[in-house]
Design a binder for this molecule. Structure first.
Ligand SMILES: CC(=O)N[C@H]1[C@@H](O[C@@H]2[C@H](O)[C@H](O)[C@@H](O)[C@H](O)[C@H]2O)O[C@H](CO)[C@@H](O)[C@@H]1O
Ligand SMILES: [Zn+2]
Length: 275
């Protein structure tokens, strides 16, 4: 049976930041991979000064520009199917918690949970994945759109006939600490290295699945570079990245998951393991 993996993300860039390695790995292994992105990331900040006026408060063109970044990242990852929830432009980036963007009439978090869940379920029934990946209930770091993406996925996926496993992608506490220590020891990052405990992570005792993505790290880096409005990739002794907040973050050679539903047998190092 053809293996199929579906990943549900909030903004263009999340697919590469959180799961770029597993997308590249499984696509290379012949798994059919589909990413659903819930918004166009219209409310994002912008790194390159030459693009600064695209922001929502000025030309309000960032969403369209990021759709192009998303397409380029898909090519870098070997991703062959990408969907926007409800169709491109249906749901708008709600902004960080507490910002007025949440009041926009098309804001993702202001939309109907029932409608959005039905839109996702329609995609799941059409694609028929055995494995579905999204964020944990905190959305990874608390962004309202990430939390809503978790909510609709956990409403739509578990009882879909094809779905056998649902995973939450998380940051490994241990891998993050090692990566930050390497960045501090290297001492050459142009960005501030996050302090221990500053970035959200999951205790490794809760992690069920560690997928080695070292063979696909270059594809992940290329996909990250495609999202130039949102982040900077720093090449060097310790290749790392920083979002628009200019906080240096490591790029581990594995991606980490917590099995939220399904049979854990054989899933220690492979989302499809044991089958
Ligand atoms: C990775 C991610 O989810 N990015 C979101 C996030 O962007 C952050 C936001 O602009 C914050 O104010 C910055 O300090 C941080 O560096 C950014 O990563 O929220 C944006 C607005 O909702 C969203 O467009 C972006 O994809
Ligand atoms: Zn996001």
């Amino acid at each position: 049976m053809k293996r199929k993996l579906l990943l549900v993300h909030a903004h263009p860039d999340d697919e590469s930041i959180a799961t770029g390695g597993v997308i590249a790995r499984y696509a290379a292994e012949g798994v059919e991979v589909c990413v659903v992105t819930c918004t166009l990331g219209e409310e994002g900040e912008i790194v390159p000064p030459r693009l600064a006026r695209l922001v929502a408060a000025e030309a309000d063109q960032l969403g369209g520009y990021r759709s192009g970044e998303m397409a380029a990242a898909a090519v870098a990852l070997g991703l062959t199917r990408h969907e926007y929830l409800g169709g491109i432009g249906r749901w708008r980036d709600s902004g960080m918690a507490g910002t007025p963007a949440a009041d926009h009439p098309r804001a993702f978090t202001g939309g109907s949970l029932v409608e959005q869940t039905a839109q996702l379920r329609e995609l799941i029934d059409d694609f028929a994945p055995q494995v579905v990946v999204t964020y944990d209930s905190f959305g990874g770091y608390g962004h309202p759109d990430h939390i809503r993406a978790h909510e609709i996925t956990m409403a739509a996926a578990p009882d879909a006939p094809s779905v056998e496993r649902v995973f939450h992608v998380v940051q490994s506490e241990a891998a993050l600490a090692v990566g930050l220590a390497e960045l501090r020891a290297d001492g050459t990052s142009p960005f501030r290295v996050a302090a221990d405990g500053e970035l959200p992570s999951t205790p490794d005792g809760k992690i069920t699945t560690v997928v080695d993505i070292s063979a696909h790290r270059q594809a992940k880096l290329a996909a990250l570079r495609a999202h130039e409005t949102q982040l900077t990739v720093v090449d060097g002794a310790v290749t790392h990245f920083a979002l628009t907040n200019s906080i240096a973050q490591p790029i581990p050679s594995a991606e980490y998951f917590v099995l939220a539903q399904g049979d854990a047998h054989g899933a220690e190092t492979d989302l499809f393991g044991g089958w």
